[in-house]
Design a binder for this molecule. Structure first.
Ligand SMILES: [Cu+2]
Length: 276
């Protein structure tokens, strides 16, 4: 049937019928304007729904290190939930080579807890569920991009990613602590290599990090070469010592141009598997 359940649940086919979920809090970038729907399978708008010719613009939300923050959404096409991550990069603007470091993982029940299918059909509705996360104390201050990534449970195999400009404030912090966080899991699109999710499974992240909300559900690992989501500290002594020797001056100012240039190649090296 034209309107059977699987058709309705398939984002790619039913975009007109239901719209999709959009990040509401923290305030997303105003440019590029958020598009309704998952990222293109080719990765052409990875990360953050990047668009050729559209600069990343928006007023950063200030977030103090150690503070509790809230994440919320607009829309009702929650696709049975799934699993989400909240990640940061200090690259301005974020690029396909940026390392997004995970500060919180939600396994099952995101962006809606306890919903089997969709939560209605109003793309403009404020989603009921909100999620709390903490800005780590030990990461650097600076302007950053916060990413919400979502691997939906029901429907087409997709990768959603909306981003928000944030200003991390507070003293101290180190690039080493940032680099030790896991890399954001990318699946179902070209930048994720052959890493895929399975319909009906709430993705259990290979490396969710230390801050995790577990909502149960049908947890299971992604399939394919998903990189293990290894923390930077475990990436090998070569990369570790390289970062250390090159980043002594960069540790407290990752957003500064010179510091970012010093650290970026090390980070990129870790993500190179899907680029080659
Ligand atoms: Cu959708």
């Amino acid at each position: 049937m034209f309107f059977d359940k699987s058709f309705i649940a398939a984002c790619g086919l039913a975009a007109v019928a239901h719209g999709h979920m959009l990040l509401r809090v923290p305030a997303p970038y105003t440019s590029p304007q958020l598009q309704s729907g998952p990222l293109d399978p080719s990765g052409s708008n990875f990360p953050c729904q990047a668009q050729a010719g559209a600069a990343f613009e928006g007023t950063p939300t200030e977030m103090a290190k150690g503070s509790k923050q809230k994440m919320g959404f607009t829309g009702s096409a929650v696709h049975g939930g799934g699993s989400c991550q909240i990640s940061l990069t200090y690259d301005n603007p974020p690029t396909a080579q940026s390392a997004f470091k995970v500060i919180h993982s939600i396994q099952g029940g995101c962006p809606a807890r306890g919903v089997a299918g969709n939560a209605g059909n109003d793309p403009n509705a404020q989603a009921k569920d909100e999620y709390e996360f903490t800005i780590p104390e030990d990461i650097p201050a600076g302007n950053a991009t916060l990413a919400w990534s979502w691997l939906n449970k029901i429907g087409n195999r997709e990768f959603y990613m909306n981003c928000a400009p944030v200003a991390i404030t507070g003293d101290g912090g180190s690039e080493e602590a940032l680099n030790a966080l896991p890399d954001m899991l990318v699946a179902n699109i070209a930048p994720g290599g052959d890493c895929k999710t399975t319909e009906g499974v709430d993705i259990e992240f290979p490396n969710p990090g230390k801050s995790v909300e577990n909502n149960g559900g049908n947890l299971g690992k992604p399939v394919g070469n998903c990189g293990g989501g290894a923390a930077a500290g475990g990436a090998g002594s070569g990369a570790g010592s390289g970062a250390g020797s090159g980043s002594g001056a960069a540790a407290s100012t990752p957003a500064a141009g010179a510091a970012a240039a010093t650290s970026a190649p090390v980070v990129r090296g870790r993500r190179a598997s899907w680029q080659s």
